[in-house]
Ligand binder design. Sequence first.
Ligand SMILES: Cc1cc2nc3c(=O)[nH]c(=O)nc-3n(C[C@H](O)[C@H](O)[C@H](O)COP(=O)(O)O)c2cc1C
Length: 476
Amino acid sequence: MLEEAGHATTVPNPPDRQATRREMTEQPPRERPATSPERANPHRSRARSREVHPFGVVAGEAPGEPTGRGSDRPGLDSRRLGRGGSRTSLLLAPVPHVTGMMTAMSTPAPSSPPASPSGPTPALADPLPQPHGRPWRNRFALAPLTNTQSHADGTLSDDERRWLVARGTGGFGLVMTAAAYVAPAGQAWGGQLGIASDAHLSGLTALADELRATGATSSVQLHHGGRRADPRLTGRPNQCPWDDPEKDAVAMSTGEVEAMVEDFVAAAVRAERAGFDGVQLHGAHGYLLGQFLDARHNHRTDGYGGDLDGRVRPLLDVVEGVRAATGPDFQLGVRLTPEGTGISLEEGVETARRLLDSDLLDHLDMSLWDVFMRPRTGADGLLIEHFARLPRRRTALGVAGGVVSAADARWCLEQGADFVTVGIGAILHHDFAARALGDPDFRVRERPVSREDLRAESVGEAFLDYLAAGWDDLVA
Ligand SMILES: Cc1cc2nc3c(=O)[nH]c(=O)nc-3n(C[C@H](O)[C@H](O)[C@H](O)COP(=O)(O)O)c2cc1C
């Protein structure tokens, strides 16, 4: 039951969810190791993998691991706003941004970084000021999208460069690369981009140059697979915070944790040398930084586990290390999972609060998989509200998941986000951002889409095969 009497006079009508209702029934894309043909795709759709928890990385077990727990999950529709349903009814705690404005496109730009979750709703076209470096030109960020197009040694391919540069010319304010491994031991799938050595620099430098010419701000997502790396690619046993025989992973020593922190910092420095505006730390979806956050398993006693202070420490050490090692204009972001993979919503919110309170980040991107979703744990309201209401000092807050129209994106800003991260929509349209900025009624095309049409969107052959293998409904 979604509709209840409520605050209908204080919130806008929801954007038309007709097309996006389809998203509700789909398995969120998944990042998983390529340990078998079935697992060769780090991201999966529900259509191909119905045995897997349909909330995927949002909901519970480590992503990529079939849980067979379909029966204990909350009903997807009952946890998400439905078309025609009043979003208002779900706003059980007032959110300052929710002011009933569907006029966001014409709201004046804020003159300073979005320092608090209160104030006027920005327009999608408003530049997003950054504490470090140049502002983003608008509120659209390209989601990190693994596309398996890199060369076997992790160097950038022409197809991957074309894919990303097209999103820059397509109007995105921020163009983020796919998850790039920071150390050879962290590689999690074939065709993954690398930023683990100076051998990766030349392709990255060319990419940064081209992205800058498009007017987009550029960033590299820094990643380590941890227990979900692929030993067939790395040639060594996986490492993670705890001994994990199931994954053939061994617990890292304290020295190895410190070395891992250094690997992230060195990769950030490399991104800066290549000319990127910044990096984003992949702390989401149950990869290494997220594995440290896992309260179920990370019982380390060396200061990098146990209570939340210990579990969050590797992430904070990387944040502080990157800040110390990079220049004053270098932008640093973090991506987090709100709940699931051993993280309760309460701890997800607390981790976000600490990061925002540190004032060291330029952005925090919450990977919600579905921006319209309620918490799976039965907590009040919508997931997005739990993060949008946090004080954020100078850090911009982004949200990702199921944004397929200009109206969806406006709605996210109205809930208190500062920017909107777009994945599938940006695969379907290289110029999703430009279209949504130019047409308030813009909505993505119907799927499936022919290979030819996706090629015209600068989706290369390896990416096409990868999408076709993992998403039944995407590639015709
Ligand atoms: C093909 C594909 C690859 C992805 N690769 C990554 C990745 O490398 N890093 C990451 O943090 N999330 C990754 N994701 C998740 C997306 O960044 C995004 O959060 C998710 O798709 C939800 O947004 P959307 O509904 O707009 O696609 C991937 C998703 C897809 C569909």
